[in-house]
Structures are given as structure tokens and as C-alpha cells.
Design a protein around this ligand. Structure first.
Ligand code: ZN
Length: 346
């Protein structure tokens, strides 16, 4: 679709005046790649301008570990990612680590960019739940039980992005992990969890859980996306689902066609369970992949939107296709702010 100027202006105005949230970015891992490459002041040099232009107030940063570091190097890599993120946030006053609901409000009031730290998969912990307490003290405020892998707690939804389902729900230790996380005050993310695991979470969880970066499986079939029933159950419990911008979960390539696909996911999800249960969780991967040491010169292009700077174009597309401004305000960030205010310690 071609974006008309009036909608782009309306979107930019909303992004500059309302809370804007990206509920999933592999920021800690990406920072570590840059720092290990000899760079310093990476948040300012690589992210600040993009996030400011997109009007972002909160970014949920995952601690994500690649297969080759597991199991032996997992804990060490996780500690390094958290360390580098804390150091970068400390060094840069434009950013703020969000550990409480008050921190979130401060980020909004002081026009700073809040960073909320969470674990994308707990593979590196095994079943050592004492580590949860340690991680809490470091500022970690949420976790998914697993990435697309099987671990001691649960099974991932599929073999990475291949359309191969993996059966089997939470282990006893996985159930225990959910219980301990809720007791401690960590939010639970079900993106990447398999269907059996989702059922088990519904039976075990007492607090609202989220899907930080998953689309609709009805709009585009991939086991990483949520079925209608899953979306409904997540919403009934007060959770929010974040719209993922990776092309293999959206169903398209880049460019204007991608905006229509993303809008279709957002509109379908909003129509199914309410616009107040949908947010943004783009999972931008290209910058991460391109920061890795490469064996070939080829650039990666998996993201439907080019970067945070381009997110107002999607917001404009939602407005142009007829979504009400009130609903759009929630989707760009209001819904996540409400969710995290509820989940974070006061
Ligand atoms: Zn992910």
C-alpha cells in the first residue's frame, strides 16, 4: 500500500506524544557483538537516533543465546550480555533500566528510553532456580521457558523456523519455574513455546502472561504464531501479544506489501480479542545478524520494516486502513505500558 501523507503525519504525531513500546529486541546480544568487536558507546552510536525518531519509550531486551554456546558457555554468555547492557545503560543518560513500575513511569515522564531486561529461554539455568533470584537482583524481570529448543523446562514450538511441530508440554521443573517466577514477580513470555506447553501454562499460570513477539497463525501459518484459541486464552487472562516483524512470521518480504501483511495480522488479532490486547514486538533481526562475524559479505534481510525509525509507517498504515486512533494508541505502546505497570514490582 502507498502511505498517504496525512496518515504519516498523524502517525508521527502519535509516536511523539504517546508511549511507544517494542516488546522484543535481542538488544543485549547485539550490544555484546559490537563490544566484542572493539566498539564502545554502542547504544548511543547504533540505537539512540533510530529509537528517538521512532518515538520509542520502552524496549524489552532479551537475553538470547545461540545454539553453539549451549550448554557450557550459556551462563557465561548470559552474564556477559547482562553486564554489557547494564554498562551501556549506565553510561548513557538517555536510557534507563526499568526494574519497577515507577522506573517505567520515570522513563515516560523524563522522556528517556526504558530498557526492560528478560530472558529468551532459560536453557543456561538448567533447573538451578537459585539463579532466578540472582538474575532478579541484576534487573531481569521476565522470561520465556524456552526458545525454539527443548530444554529441562519445556519444548520450543518448532525446530527454529521450520514448520515441524515439537510435541510435549512443560516438565515438572517447568511448572516449578512458572510458580517461582510468579512468586518473584517476573512476567512469563509464551512466544516460542510449543502448543502443548501453552496448554500447560494456561493450567499453571495465575498471572497474565504475554507473547512478546508472535503473530496470528490464521493469517500466516507458522508454529511460532498463535492460534485463535491461544490468542483468546492469552487475552482472557490479561496478556498482550506483540506483532512480530520478521518476514517468515508475517508471511511476506519487505516493502509496502509488508505493511499490508502486518496490518492484516494486527487487525485480525484486534478483531478477535480486542485492540487492547495487541502491541508491537518487532524482533528486528537484521542488525543483529549483520553484527556477527561473517563468512560471506551478504547482508541479511529478514525484517519487514527496516528499523525502529520506520515503525511510524506501519502505524500510518493501520490508520489509513481505518483503525480508530484510540485503538492505534494502545497498539503502539499503551497496551504494553498497562501490562508492565501491572506486572512490575511497584
Ligand atoms: Zn524470538
Amino acid at each position: 500500500m502507498q502511505i498517504e501523507e496525512q496518515y504519516l503525519e498523524q502517525a508521527v504525531r502519535l509516536h511523539q506524544s504517546c508511549p511507544v513500546v517494542d516488546a522484543h529486541l535481542d538488544l543485549a546480544g547485539e550490544l555484546l557483538l559490537h563490544v566484542n568487536n572493539g566498539e564502545r558507546d554502542v547504544l548511543r552510536r547504533h540505537y539512540l537516533e533510530e529509537l528517538r525518531e521512532g518515538g520509542f519509550n520502552l524496549v524489552v531486551s532479551s537475553v538470547y543465546l545461540e545454539n553453539q554456546y549451549l550448554p557450557e558457555m550459556g551462563l557465561r554468555m548470559a552474564m556477559d550480555q547482562i553486564g554489557v547492557l547494564l554498562e551501556e545503560v549506565d553510561r548513557n543518560e538517555e536510557f534507563l533500566l526499568v526494574k519497577t513500575a515507577r522506573d517505567l513511569d520515570r522513563a515516560l515522564e523524563e522522556d528517556r528510553i526504558g530498557i526492560l531486561l528478560y530472558l529468551e529461554g532459560m536453557d543456561f539455568m538448567g533447573t538451578d532456580f537459585l539463579l532466578l533470584r540472582t538474575l532478579w537482583e541484576m534487573g531481569v524481570r521476565g522470561a520465556s521457558l524456552t526458545w525454539s529448543r527443548r530444554n529441562a523446562l519445556a519444548s520450543g514450538c518448532c525446530v527454529a523456523s521450520r514448520r515441524v511441530p515439537v510435541p510435549g508440554g512443560l516438565t515438572d521443573e517447568g511448572v516449578e519455574a512458572v510458580r517461582r517466577m510468579e512468586e518473584m514477580g517476573m512476567f512469563l513470555d509464551v512466544s516460542h513455546l510449543n502448543d502443548d506447553g501453552f496448554e500447560d501454562v494456561c493450567a499453571v499460570a495465575e498471572k497474565p502472561f504475554a507473547a512478546t513477539h508472535s503473530n496470528s497463525r490464521t493469517i500466516y501459518f507458522n508454529y511460532r504464531n498463535l492460534t485463535d484459541a491461544q490468542l483468546r486464552r492469552l487475552a482472557e487472562r490479561g496478556g498482550v501479544a506483540g506483532l512480530n516483524g520478521c518476514s517468515y512470521l508475517v508471511g511476506c518480504g519487505q516493502g509496502d506489501e509488508a505493511l499490508d501483511w502486518l496490518c492484516s495480522h494486527a487487525e485480525y488479532m484486534a478483531a478477535s480479542v480486542g485492540a487492547d490486547k495487541v502491541g508491537y514486538g518487532f524482533d528486528f533481526c537484521d542488525a543483529y545478524d549483520n553484527a556477527k562475524p561473517r563468512s560471506s559479505w551478504e547482508e541479511n534481510h529478514n525484517d519487514c520494516l527496516v528499523s525502529h525509525r520506520h515503525v511510524p509507517r506501519l502505524t500510518a498504515a493501520l490508520l489509513q486502513r481505518g483503525m480508530k486512533e484510540e485503538d492505534v494508541k494502545g497498539i503502539i505502546g499503551g497496551n504494553w505500558v498497562r501490562y508492565f505497570r501491572r506486572m512490575l514490582p511497584k
